[in-house]
Design a protein around this ligand. Structure first.
Ligand SMILES: *[C@@H]1O[C@H](CO)[C@@H](O)[C@H](O)[C@H]1NC(C)=O
Ligand SMILES: *[C@@H]1O[C@H](CO)[C@@H](O)[C@H](O)[C@H]1NC(C)=O
Length: 510
């Protein structure tokens, strides 16, 4: 296509001999076009792969934006040879250079000199040393660098500091134990930094110097942090997501998150926190999601969530040691949508547990607690509730009164694995189920059956399959319980027929 255009360019250029400014101008324009086309076709030629034998054992495929080179299970010398073959090809774009599962203990100086690499991966390759000038030649174009699953013990700061276009740096699964001052200096465009699963227990105050204007995501999860590296973090003023899960934090305190005023998500899961103290998140005015799951939290200060009033929507407090719903602390969170309190030791839900804040909650998980009783007004404020999980508690009775405020909005409800007793009080469950799940039982959709225990027969029944007369509903006003109504009418007909026949028999025998 481009070639045809080049050839056509020759014709009008000949006609220039016939003179005329217009023709000259036209010819010049066409000449420029032809040159551009030639340059383009030249470049696309170079974006072809080298001959397979020149880069083996590496492989090469042509992608829309450049070459995709993959070298696996090989050694330094073969990789160097493949790089040399690519260097001989002028300005070829290597969109992906992926070196995985190799033996590449040291990245030598100038190894990529003359190559235009956009995404570089050196993964699971025993990389321990990244020499100072090994990456400097790719600094103008490299946007992603993945050095995960290697044996780096320090951030290779000197090699990184020329990567002025880098957006993503992945150092996950290495053996980095400390982040020293200015470790990432020079990476002034970096947006995502992940250091998951290293051995970091020291973060110097100036560790993230230079990243403040651009860094949006930082993952420090899976390390050995014992306290929040407050001073280092304080410079990250545009950070939106901070992950510090799976560390050894025993304490968080007021001021720890100062400076992170754009933070949207904070993950502190799987640490050893036992208290959420007052005002600890008070600087995080934009925080939307807070994950505190899997700690040892017993106490949540009534002021713990101060500052989160306007934006917090997701709060996860599951797998802790709470004995109560921390209502006082929660009351200010009037935008809260998702509250997860699964696997705690909550035994009782007071009438005012959700009063003053529950009306925006759509998801409430109380699974695997020890709740014995639900008082009548427990759920009264949960006007928006869609999902309620009460699975695996100690409930024997759940009255229609307590469910009444939420029965019209809840579409997902789990009451299984409770020691429910089959009584007429549970007949609301049929009504709810038929409305929310449908007339047809869907065993696949409802894996767990909700069982109740019928004292008179000393056996368990699937609550949905239990005939209502066994729940001692006969004679009671069943209201809008449509199906139940039908059963009970049938039952009453049978009953009255029986009575009628008995009377008849008596009359006969007289
Ligand atoms: C890492 O690479 C080695 C080969 O060097 C391979 O045997 C091993 O399975 C790889 N590990 C992972 C997790 O991919
Ligand atoms: C769980 O709560 C009950 C009743 O409040 C209490 O007796 C028990 O010690 C608690 N268990 C734990 C592990 O905190």
């Amino acid at each position: 296509m481009t070639r045809t255009r080049v050839r056509r360019g020759g014709g009008p250029r000949g006609s220039m001999l016939f003179g005329g400014g217009l023709a000259l101008g036209l010819a010049l324009v066409l000449a420029v076009l032809a040159e551009r086309a030639a340059a383009q076709s030249g470049q696309s030629n170079q974006n072809n792969c080298p001959a397979a034998q020149d880069i083996q054992p590496c492989g090469c495929t042509v992608k829309k934006n450049g070459l995709d080179i993959l070298c696996e299970a090989t050694e330094t010398q073969h990789i160097n040879k493949a790089m040399d073959a690519l260097k001989g090809r002028g300005n070829v774009v290597i969109f992906y250079l992926k070196l995985r599962h190799n033996s590449l203990p040291k990245l030598l100086q100038f190894v990529f000199l003359g190559l235009d690499i956009r995404h570089l991966t050196i993964h699971n390759s025993s990389l321990a040393v990244v020499e100072e000038s090994s990456l400097s030649s790719v600094g103008k174009k490299l946007t992603q660098l993945d050095l995960s699953q290697n044996v780096l013990t320090l951030v290779p700061s000197k090699a990184l500091n020329t990567l002025h276009h880098l957006l993503i740096l992945n150092l996950n699964h290495n053996k980095i134990s400390a982040i020293h001052n200015n470790a990432f200096q020079g990476l002034d465009t970096l947006e995502i930094l992940t250091l998951y699963e290293n051995k970091i227990d020291v973060v110097d105050d100036g560790a993230f110097e230079g990243l403040g204007k651009k860094l949006k995501r930082l993952n420090l999860g899976g390390n050995g942090l014992r306290k929040v590296p407050q001073r280092a973090l304080a410079t990250l003023e545009v950070l939106r997501k901070l992950e510090m899960q799976e560390n050894e934090l025993t304490e968080i305190q007021e001021g720890d998150f100062e400076g992170l005023r754009n933070l949207d998500t904070l993950n502190l899961q799987h640490n050893r926190l036992n208290t959420v103290p007052a005002k600890v998140f008070s600087h995080l005015k934009l925080l939307n999601s807070l994950e505190l799951e899997n700690n040892q939290i017993r106490f949540v200060d009534p002021e713990a969530f101060s500052g989160l009033e306007e934006n917090l929507q997701y709060l996860r407090l599951g797998d802790n040691k709470l004995n109560d719903i921390p209502s006082e602390a929660l009351r200010r969170l009037h935008r809260l949508r998702h509250l997860d309190l699964r696997v705690n030791n909550i035994t009782f839900i007071p009438d005012d547990a959700f009063s003053g804040f529950g009306d925006s909650i759509t998801f409430l998980n109380l699974q695997k607690n020890a709740i014995l009783v639900l008082p009548g007004l427990a759920f009264e404020n949960l006007n928006s509730l869609e999902t309620l999980n009460l699975q695996n508690n100690k409930l024997e009775y759940v009255s229609e009164e307590v469910m009444e405020p939420i029965i019209d909005t809840v579409t997902h409800f789990d009451l299984s694995d409770n020691p429910l007793i089959c009584t007429c009080d549970l007949s609301w469950y049929h009504t709810w189920y038929r409305k929310a799940v449908g007339m047809v039982d869907e065993p696949a959709a409802h894996k767990r059956k909700t069982m109740c225990y019928l004292n008179s027969e000393r056996r368990e029944y699937n609550l949905l399959a239990l005939p209502l007369q066994k729940m001692h509903c006969v004679g009671k006003n069943l209201g809008q319980v449509a199906a139940a109504h039908r059963i009970s009418i049938t039952f009453e007909i049978i009953l009255s027929t029986t009575v009628f026949l008995t009377v008849l028999r008596r009359l006969n025998s007289m």
